[in-house]
Design a protein around this ligand. Sequence first.
Ligand code: PLP
Length: 283
Amino acid sequence: RQIYVNGGYLAESEAVIPVMDRGFLFGDAIYEVTAMIGGQLIDNDLHLARLERSLAAIDIPMPLPLDGIRQVQAELIRRNGMSDGTIYLQVSRGTAERDFLPAAEIVPNFVAFTQPRNLRDTPAQRNGISVALMPDPRWDRRDIKTSMLLGQVLAKQAAHAQGFDDVWLHEDGQITEGASSTAFILTTEGTIVTRPNSHSTLPGCTRQAVLKLIEARGLRFEERAFTIAEAQEAEEAFLTSASSLVQPVVRIGERMIGDGRPGPATRHLQELYLQTAGIRVEP
Ligand code: PLP
């Protein structure tokens, strides 16, 4: 596989970043992940817009104009012959002598790589997953997509150690989001609920695309915070992210959701999301 590093495409074994990179030393970096299915990038404009927004929020300049970033993505996909998987972008503040205060003239480091894998036809997509419940351990600017992911890493590891597939995080009795996804429930009254965007969560691109579909179809939905109890008593539950698409959730903590199988509303949204992205859905 070839990896993009600061203007060049290199064999993976040759692709290196300096030890003094601030992403490496401080987690002082922003990243993005876009899914590709059947050779087609999904919601890429939303991901690039969020990259721009996250970088602006921590005052790192764009490493290239948006079109240049699109070209890097296209070139990597071409060189690596990827048709299904994810493409990862990371921009750090740059390389400088280790000091909390960055040098004024610092230049960003920009790396990108592809990760081929099947996203669509997986056991998790078909059967749904279980999520553990854990207090949200993160800082107060979760709307910035930073590579500083230790809270999420530890929460996912703990969830796995306890036999769960993933984790939903909570704060003040309410679900914030998944460790790498947006949380949704369908209430027993038939309303789809997800938390509104704020500094408490990452504004999901898949969330945005799915909410647009929900609205266009005239399905009932509410953007509001929901409690752990509401989630556990929900009719259906699912999560969204670039790499999970629309992912059924069939157990939350010790509680089974519905009959423990993905529900019809979740199935409908799974298919609708792929169809809208132009992906052919097998009957
Ligand atoms: N929330 C968090 C904390 C995430 O890390 C992610 C994605 O990685 C998401 C939500 C979902 O965002 P998106 O749908 O843009 O992938």
